[in-house]
Design a protein around this ligand. Structure first.
Ligand code: PMP
Length: 365
């Protein structure tokens, strides 16, 4: 067969399951798309910020031109905001692109990468896609067991993937534990600290991960504009790393991997601190609204530091179907080995209320 032209390790990859698109569900269930509530992909329910939107509108006039292949303006803005040098920055078509670049650059058959049980699904995917071996380390209380992860590092390990906060569990590692991990981790192993949700953390919970780059040459910090900044559809993320590592990643990325609209929007988004603050506040209020309802309904959940919460509900497949039929899209986690849990992203107050209403109907009905 033609599929057998691909190596066995590629054929063994389970497809990534994104949240069901609204239009697909509308057609499937014969529902009005305007009434569907999608709380499945940890997006910003406010949409994009006004400054980013204005930047996109201005940039529309330039779409016949290629984007800036070096992303100069965006890198300059990132350098200024995060106090790093331009040669430490790699831009990606979403942070997923960055994760893939890292795997492509540093992993081969015969290498291995370490990650936690229940950690973000793209880590095993990116690792397996290049023929390297996945080392999945048992979680503790749904979070990363950093000591066990360190112990799992083998001579052939090139990368440790860490999501902080983690998706889909929302768990958070303490800064002190991360520093200890970095201190004890072999210096020839790259530590990828994926901080897609870091903006949602209260100041006192935040790690000075970017500051740690000075001390740990093997650290790569990964960030995204898809969550708090509200630009998921534009696809833009970035890595901050040692210049040597950044140089390698920049050599293998596609020359125009981040499109012009995304670059312009990201620059403007970094300048829109007002919108960022509002997004974080809306998330905190929505998190309270949803977790209080879960408690009231007697459903246990994993305390989350992201813009989503994972709760336990018995047969998640049944509940998920019940919700889909009523136009509420959440994320089943069977692919993560959590067949009794669902992940709900925090939405606007009325979206959260609709989710709660349908959940109550399922529980009490
Ligand atoms: N890392 C984590 C932990 C995530 O949850 C996500 C989004 N689901 C990503 C990376 C990728 O996001 P993006 O490619 O949109 O930047």
């Amino acid at each position: 067969s033609l599929a057998s032209l691909a190596p066995e390790y590629i054929r063994a990859i389970a497809p990534y399951q994104p949240g069901k698109p609204v239009s697909e569900l509308a057609r499937e269930m014969n529902l009005d798309p305007a009434k569907i509530v999608k709380l499945a992909s940890n997006e910003n329910p406010l949409g994009m910020g006004p400054k980013a939107r204005a930047a996109v509108e201005r940039e529309l006039a330039e779409l016949a031109r290629y984007p800036d292949g070096n992303g100069f303006d965006l890198k300059a803005k990132i350098a200024e905001r995060f106090a790093v040098n331009l040669d430490q920055i790699v831009l990606g078509n979403g942070s997923n692109d960055i994760l893939e670049l890292i795997a492509h650059a540093f992993l081969r058959e015969g290498d291995s990468a370490v990650f936690s049980e229940y950690a973000f699904a793209v880590y095993p995917l990116a690792t397996q896609a290049v023929g390297a071996t996945n080392i999945c380390v048992k979680a503790v209380d749904f979070g990363h067991d950093l000591d066990a992860m360190r112990a799992a590092i083998r001579p052939d390990t090139k990368i440790v993937w860490i999501a902080n906060p983690n998706n889909p569990t929302g768990t958070l590692a303490r800064p002190g534990d991360l520093i200890e991990f970095l201190e004890l981790c072999p210096k020839n192993v790259l530590v990828v600290l994926d901080e897609a949700y870091t903006e949602f953390l209260p100041r006192e919970k935040r790690s000075d991960s970017i500051g740690w780059l000075k001390q740990f040459a093997n650290l790569i910090v990964v960030r995204t504009f898809s969550k708090a900044y509200g630009l998921a559809g534009l696809r833009v993320g970035f890595a901050l790393a040692n210049p040597e590592v950044a140089d390698i990643l920049n050599r293998i990325r596609q020359p125009f991997n981040v499109n012009s609209l995304a670059q312009a929007a990201a620059v403007a988004a970094l300048d829109d601190l007002e919108f960022l603050k509002q997004s974080v506040e809306v998330n905190a209020a929505g998190m309270k609204q949803i977790t209080e309802a879960l408690q009231e309904l007697g459903l246990s959940f994993i305390e989350s530091y992201g813009n989503f919460v994972t709760f336990h509900c018995g047969d998640a497949k049944l509940l998920n179907q019940f919700m889909l039929e009523r136009g509420v899209i959440v994320r089943p986690l069977a692919g993560y080995g959590m067949a009794n849990s669902l992940r709900v992203s925090i939405g606007l107050p009325h979206e959260n209320a609709r989710f709660i209403e349908v959940l109550r109907e399922a529980m009490e009905g």
